[in-house]
Ligand binder design. Structure first.
Ligand SMILES: Cc1ncc(C[n+]2csc(CCOP(=O)(O)OP(=O)(O)O)c2C)c(N)n1
Ligand code: SF4
Ligand SMILES: [Mg+2]
Length: 289
């Protein structure tokens, strides 16, 4: 076994997290430190991009390159970073509101383009930062600050959405299981393509103190016999009944990433372009295979 030159502590920044005591995002952050250390990712070759929200504060706590951007815009920025510098490890992180509400359109395009990034969605089924309004993942009927008589809307399962949109790797984790979440993060980061990890992460302030206990009781491992390459089978573990939350890899397939496709096109263009044109193409799109 090769020893990692890094320990989880090496990825800690000088900033102290300001999340509420008991927030599930602390455990997610710990899993990020462990996953990066286990995979020996160089801090100067790693970029963590987020939008806005409690969960989107995460890049500030990680001692790599980072970008705490605009609400809902983590994915287009992460896509730009990956296109410009494909050799970097690029993580996009943020909340369910950030990724499915205002950022829903970007989720669709990053997934279908198979951008080679790992996207960790910290899903607390609420808008935490803005004080507890219903999000697209809030279960129907739940009372929140903005749905005093119960949420009248049908909720979204982010994993179901990701599979339908063309993500090539999709999994669900529970933040309370740091070891399990770390292992899933490592698989997501190692996957060549758009890897979506929906991390159910309790908001103790707006979803109640019992949320952690309730989620722990609901979690079930993906059955060993599940065929991860079977898209239809994977969808069976989405939109589950209220009493069940299946964690583990739901879907895993391989297809060319956006950068793979762009390099193919670049090489075709270089093949037919006159010499000055070739240099221009290489100047604009330089990354090596
Ligand atoms: C363009 C824009 N619209 C709305 C907001 C207000 N806003 C900030 S965070 C947020 C929702 C946060 O929810 P989520 O992404 O689930 O993160 P959490 O705080 O739950 O981790 C909203 C609506 C904003 N900052 N920018
Ligand atoms: S409001 Fe909720 S999501 Fe935000 S820090 Fe507090 S517990 Fe975490
Ligand atoms: Mg949220």
């Amino acid at each position: 076994m090769t020893c990692s030159p890094y320990s989880p502590n090496d990825y800690k920044s000088d900033l102290k997290p300001v999340w509420c005591p008991g927030c599930g995002d602390f455990a997610v952050l710990n899993s990020v430190y462990r996953a990066l250390a286990d995979l020996h990712r160089e801090p100067h070759e790693t970029v963590v991009v987020s939008g806005i929200g409690c969960s989107s504060r995460l890049p500030g706590y990680v001692d790599t390159y980072g970008f705490n951007s605009l609400h809902g815009r983590a994915l287009p920025i992460a896509t730009g970073v990956k296109l410009a510098r494909p050799n970097l490890t690029v993580l996009a992180v943020g909340g369910d509101g950030d990724g499915i509400a205002i950022g829903g359109n970007h989720f669709m395009h990053a997934a279908r383009r198979n951008v080679d990034i790992a996207y960790f969605m910290m899903d607390n089924e609420i808008y935490g930062l803005t004080k507890g309004q219903a999000a697209p993942t809030t279960p129907s009927g739940d009372k929140t600050k903005s749905t005093l008589y119960g949420n009248p809307e049908v909720s979204v399962d982010p994993c179901g959405l990701a599979i339908s949109l063309g993500a090539s790797w999709v999994a669900r984790a529970f933040s309370g299981d740091v070891k399990g979440t770390t292992e899933l993060m490592k698989l997501a980061i190692s996957h060549h393509g758009f890897a979506f990890l929906n991390i159910i992460s309790p908001c103790v302030t707006w979803r109640g103190d019992d949320q952690t206990k309730e989620l722990r009781a609901k979690q079930r491992a993906v059955p060993a016999e599940h065929d991860r390459s079977d898209r239809t089978a994977a969808l069976r573990f989405t939109n589950e009944d209220d009493d069940r939350m299946t964690v583990g890899v739901l879907y895993d397939t391989q297809r060319p990433t956006l950068v793979d496709e762009m390099l193919e096109i670049r090489d075709k263009a270089i093949g037919i372009a006159p010499p000055p044109g070739r240099e221009e193409i290489l100047r604009v799109f330089a990354p090596a295979r």
